[in-house]
Design a protein around this ligand. Sequence first.
Ligand SMILES: Cc1cc2nc3c(=O)[nH]c(=O)nc-3n(C[C@H](O)[C@H](O)[C@H](O)COP(=O)(O)O)c2cc1C
Length: 553
Amino acid sequence: MKILVINGSPKGDNSNTYKLTKAFLTGMRESAEAVKEAFETEELQLSRMHIRPCLGCFSCWNKTPGSCCIQDDMQQVISKLLWADITIWSFPLYYYTVPGGLKNLIDRQLPMLLPFMVENEARPGNGSHPARYDMSGKRTVVISTCGFYTAEGNYDGVYSLFDHICGKDGYTSIFCGQGELFRVPELAQRTDEYLGYVKEAGSEYGAGGISPETGEKLNQLLYPREVFERWADLSWGIDRQNGEKESDALVFTRQMAVLYRKESYSGREQVLEMYYTDIDECYQIVMGKEGSRVVTDGSVTATTRIETPLSVWRSIAAGEIRGDEALMKQLYRVKGDFSLMLRWDDYFGGPGGRRGEAGSGSKAAGGIHIPPGETNMSIMLIPWTAFWIAMGMNDTAGSLIGIGACLLVPLLFYRNKKTLYDILSGTLVGGFALAALLGAPVRIILPLSYLAFGIMWTVTCLGKIPLTAHYSMNQYNGEDALLNPLFMKTNRILTLLWGILYLLTPVWTYYLMGTRIKPFVGALNSVAPVFMGIFTVWFQRWYPMKVARGKLN
Ligand SMILES: Cc1cc2nc3c(=O)[nH]c(=O)nc-3n(C[C@H](O)[C@H](O)[C@H](O)COP(=O)(O)O)c2cc1C
């Protein structure tokens, strides 16, 4: 497959549209590689070429048939057009049609036609000229972005042009509004999502044709009209009333406020105060039921205050630094209600939807159960707890209950993602229970089991992911949480504390097992973990808040 890309944007490599075209090409390449088809591409950057306007002399038809009298880069374009199986036309919308430079190139294709008058089979009734060369089997893709919020209604001129050239159904098009957003790093979450669909479209096109589902996703607006237009108007940095230049920080804060998703409103108006420490400017975003507004005179009381250099917050917004990492490094600090930070993606995450919708587990068509893909700490704890409580009461019954609980574990994987520690726990408890059943002394087995549990926890503190993180990540952005240094540090501390508790438990367990309270040892040993559980819940909130408040507090 030989693909020619003609990039008609005057911005060359910097073109918004070209980003879509590259994503489409990547998809096409992947689909060709999947079936081991040869894949060759050639790209022509119009911004670097010299193509003069057609002189209208018709010498390419009469004096020198097939050759233009102007000697410039157009000869190269024609030879590439003849070479390619698929030509991708990539360009911005200018005044409801193609940019002037590209129109010159299109006009200069005249030598590729013969002068005679024939019926246009693809568009009867208009008249046309036959092709000088055999162009049968060649395909055309047209990719374009425009500046208005939607492509709908803005591309009439382009449709008309390509309908005449290729025939109404003779080409595939991707037209996308809000094109300037593809160069805004702060919005990459949404634009990358869209580029993913374009890539998918490329892959499907390579395999036969773009599916209606992908076509539907490509037709979705990047952002709702009012969000986009407010954002776009602000991006000029000019005050709407007096036309004066506005402060960068104010524009930036206003753009942040535009992205507020009112669906995330949870019954309480919140006021996010942004204090830019390097330029000593402070603005407040009031986040309410109906939307957001920016207050510039500090007249409302903040619920959450972020103190940050503007440059730091810009880097975070542009995805150059992770927000949680910057917080951990104390590049900024947070005062007041920290829960806003934990739900940041819900409030400002763009229209792509909240995390977790796909993770809630569902039934596919035909009733097949799809595991929700979340880990569950109970799976790991059930065998241990059952074994410990039952073992103190009755040796044989305890062993059997321990083995039974281990056998239950694989059934629980039906709904949850398993971890190494779930499997290890099942195996260890099974081993201890079997040893007790075969006559090993319970006074030794029980403390040993606590020791094994304690070692399992403590050892993970030395590794990359502390044990509790495998489970608590479900409440904090899933596996993304594992990249969050603050989350990891909190979990490392907690895992260590739990590990130490269980490394000490065998000591008193051994003594208590020799006393009359032996039947209650399991239950008694559950008291400390209850307090530890309460402490864990508190610590998980308190520690990140303490770090967020910064060194000075
Ligand atoms: C001279 C000029 C004319 C434009 N005309 C339109 C237009 O008619 N409709 C529209 O929606 N956007 C229009 N735009 C906006 C561009 O189509 C938009 O910014 C596009 O994403 C630029 O793509 P590029 O980066 O690939 O060149 C125009 C831009 C310029 C510079």
